[in-house]
Design a protein around this ligand. Structure first.
Ligand SMILES: *Cc1c(COP(=O)(O)O)cnc(C)c1O
Length: 413
């Protein structure tokens, strides 16, 4: 008889004994060594609900859920799924966190977290350059709940400290590296302010991945990733994740059961599959992006390159200190206007025009025409977005092909 008990799918977690290498964890963490039917891969438990043998079975479960400490089995799809749990534990191991909880998208992860931890009338401090939709959520939805947001400049830690209001500020939110200028947060400085002022801290670490930085090891309370990007790595699913201390993640998992932003089991499986190659993808993307950044910085038709791996970047020193790679996104300004930048982009043969980043395909965009299209040149400049700015998210194509392509396309600037 084949044993397909849930215990066999979810227990026997060997994270504790696993070596700490990011690639080893990316391949093995969170999954039982022996799975149902001796399958090598995590089974996709494609179900909306879970069954009870008889009334006594249900009563036993309820007794343990309500009065005991255990949810030893699953109950309903919005509360949990074994395929989802396996991925959550894999990401927790990568983030060096006690636990992680998966959501339907990066935005679902961020909004669920903020709605869970912030009481009405509280206050948050956010660094500039944060993801546009996160800022929008704070300025509209949270504002409606009487939760105020103060935005401070990236890199100004005195301003960050000064913005904290005693007994009202609950959260410091930062992103690192940021979009599109790849500003890098000093995680040690933010964690120090958070601990001294008794405020929780969060880093949106999407652009870095756990391969390049682990904010929790620097004392940050929560890490958020849009798993849509590097973690899944193939531009085929949307997902998001929050990592942190076990009790806080448990509370967040409970609130996911209410807010409902669950990830589909099949997408969770695709995410787990993508994560297996995270280490080699990200290290390759780090290497190619650095090569591209160095090439562009020397090119006469490029005015400025933004990449934390270059000495010219304002946060280079912190990046060297706190990151083990500089990531796969390079932003740069071509020598010319909006139209010159568009001519260059249209002449490229390898990178594809699309929003997003982190997949195996190189993607390229002009922020002025993508995220900031409805604004005038002047309004964009006030936000720090120049018309000639290009964001290049390198994929895993051969660096030599990307360089040759850039070279021929730059003739069109
Ligand atoms: C894409 C992205 C998000 C939002 O994630 P979705 O999965 O698209 O909801 C949040 N933060 C950063 C830094 C992102 O790049």
């Amino acid at each position: 008889m084949v044993d397909v008990s849930l215990e066999q799918l979810t227990d026997d977690n060997t994270n504790e004994e696993l070596p700490t290498g990011a690639s080893t964890r990316a391949v093995h963490a969170g999954a039982a060594r022996q799975k149902a039917h001796h399958s090598l891969n995590s089974p996709v438990i494609q179900t909306a609900t879970y069954t009870f043998r008889d009334t006594q079975d249900l009563i036993d479960f309820m007794e343990s859920k309500v009065w005991g400490n255990g949810e030893a089995r699953e109950e309903y799809g919005r509360y949990g799924n074994p395929t989802v749990h396996a991925v959550e534990q894999r990401i927790a191991a990568l983030d060096a966190a006690e636990d992680s909880v998966l959501f339907a998208s990066g935005m679902s992860a961020m909004t669920s977290l903020l709605l869970t931890v912030l009481p009405t009338g509280s206050h948050i401090v956010m660094t500039g350059d944060c993801y546009r939709r996160t800022r929008q959520f704070c300025n509209t939805f949270l504002a409606r709940l009487g939760i105020e947001t103060t935005v401070v400049d990236c890199g100004d830690y005195d301003a960050l400290d000064a913005a904290v209001i005693p007994r009202r500020t609950r959260f410091i939110i930062s992103e690192s590296p940021t979009n599109p200028y790849l500003r890098v947060a000093d995680m040690e400085a933010i964690a120090e302010i958070g601990k001294r002022r008794r405020v929780m801290t969060l880093i949106d670490s999407t652009f870095a991945t756990p391969v390049n930085q682990r904010p929790i090891e620097w004392g940050i309370d929560f890490v958020v990733h849009s798993a849509t990007k590097y973690l899944s790595g193939h531009n085929d699913i949307l997902a998001g994740v929050v990592s942190g201390r076990a009790d806080r993640i448990k509370a967040l998992r409970d609130s996911r059961g209410v807010l409902g932003g669950v990830v589909d089991p099949h997408n969770a499986y695709l995410l787990e599959r993508g994560i297996k190659t995270l280490g080699i993808r990200v290290r390759q993307q780090n290497e190619t992006a650095l090569t591209v950044a160095r090439y562009l910085e020397r090119h006469p038709r490029i005015e400025r390159v933004w990449y934390p791996g270059l000495q010219s970047h304002p946060d280079h020193r912190i990046a060297v200190e706190q990151m083990s790679g500089f990531g796969g996104v390079v932003s740069f300004e071509v020598a010319g206007d909006l139209k010159s930048a568009s001519r260059f982009i249209d002449a490229l043969r390898v990178p594809i025009i699309a929003p997003s980043l982190g997949g195996v395909e190189s993607l390229i965009e002009q922020p002025a025409l993508m995220s900031f299209y409805e604004k005038t040149t002047e309004e964009r400049l006030a936000l720090g977005i120049k018309d000639n700015l290009v964001r290049f998210a390198v994929g895993i194509e051969d660096a030599s092909d990307l360089l040759a392509d850039l070279e021929q396309a730059l003739a069109f600037v």
